[in-house]
Write a protein that binds this ligand. Sequence first.
Ligand code: ADP
Length: 497
Amino acid sequence: MTRSTTAPKSAHPDVLFVAAEIAPWVKTGGLGDVASALPPALAAAGARIKVLVPAYPAFLDAFPNASLFVSLTALAPRLLPCRVLNAGFIAEDVELLLLDAPLHFARAGNAYSDETGQEWADNAYRYGLLSRVAAWIAEHGNRVGWQPDILHCNDWHTALAPAYLHFLGGRTPSLLTVHNLAFQGLYSAATLAELGLPERAFSFDGVEFHGKLSFLKAGLQCATRISTVSPRYAEEIRTEDFGCGLDDLLSYRGAQLTGILNGIDESVWNPATDPALPRHFDANCLELKADNKYALQAELGLKVGDTPLLAMISRMTLQKGSDLLLTSADAFLSEGAQLVILGTGDKVMEGSMRSLAARYPRRCHATIGYDEGLAHRIEAAADIFLMPSRFEPCGLNQMYSLRYGTLPVVCKTGGLADTVIDWNPKAPHPRANGFVFDQPDAGAFQDTVARALAVYNRHPEIWQNLQHNGMRTDFSWAPSARQYLELYRQLLDPTHR
Ligand code: ADP
């Protein structure tokens, strides 16, 4: 399946793409979706990719015939010996490598935490190992028959890899994509030696962050280039408000920092073909969308009818503005709307969402849990999707919503600001596709939902235009993949580094 070519190496780079989760096998959020859809798009744009992930049980079950790629002895005092398995092609020019270290990864629970939501106590070593093995392959792949030109890391779980390359004398250029700056992987200083990094790495211009070892800072400091998942977020994180203490470093590295908007996987998120939906529809037969609403209302015990349906699917956290929903829900429900909530997260917020739903039987429903099929059905059924995020590196749900004719109400931040264009009747934008408020406060959120409900209730023709604008926007991965390929090209050109 691998194409042979006489084109320059930079047109067809070999890339080791490393991530802590990949949908559909293991997903806790947007990273899993991106790690699933971006590599095939990169391959379609010309790269040859191997994706490295930990061999969680779901992967070993799905790929029982994976063959040995390389066996590695302990690479540092607290790093386990491990095997890397080749699970074969998962898309054209995309192969899957599994990091098999059963004591670390063969567990129930999710990638990062146990079944009660408690983070695994050995995460520093689990993701230290993932980073170390990625750096080993990036540097010594020729010993096992595949030498990557570029190492592409994602988020803190893999961000120590560029530090290994830097401090252990590697030469392979690296890209670190930041999907969320708020998760940093902070561990005690003693971890440094256990993970096999030299003492000199523990410095202001190394991996040290306020007296601790920071995986993310290590990557931001040592990766050849940095990217974020939207252009606006790449700007925001250079400021104190959004920089999570890393804004000075990000400003310093500003010339090597790029924002590339995520796309969506249109083979998974397409209302005309989505197998989770009771009724398929597209922009040319939008009237069929309502059948999805009636079916969901019946499924969740809401009153069936043409009532406007609001929805929110997210981790329940301050980042996502779940508290703003809790403060505002009475106002929405008293305006006659219905509300559907799906998510997990902060235990107090989960309890408050349950109580809210109990107070409004047949008008409000909350599912506390993770349910992929329900997420698809909600996207198709809802009229208005709520994303009052305080910050949002990219956000995928607003793009899924736009694709499904569900108009988003969003706070103007990060990728939300880059993808949603406010409907303002005084100065109508020809490509308006939703409703935007400037500051994450409950008053602005409530006013904006009221504005959206007024258009929904009184101006169906405008509503339909906004739906069409959203549904016809190209959110495919192809344009983003071309931008990543350009970054790869620059990584391989020393004059650009
Ligand atoms: P995050 O910051 O959590 O990564 P994104 O909007 O980028 O936010 O991506 C979240 C992804 O996770 C989307 O695909 C969304 O549908 C999905 N998701 C979040 N919570 C749930 C849930 N409780 N059930 C099903 N899917 C969920």
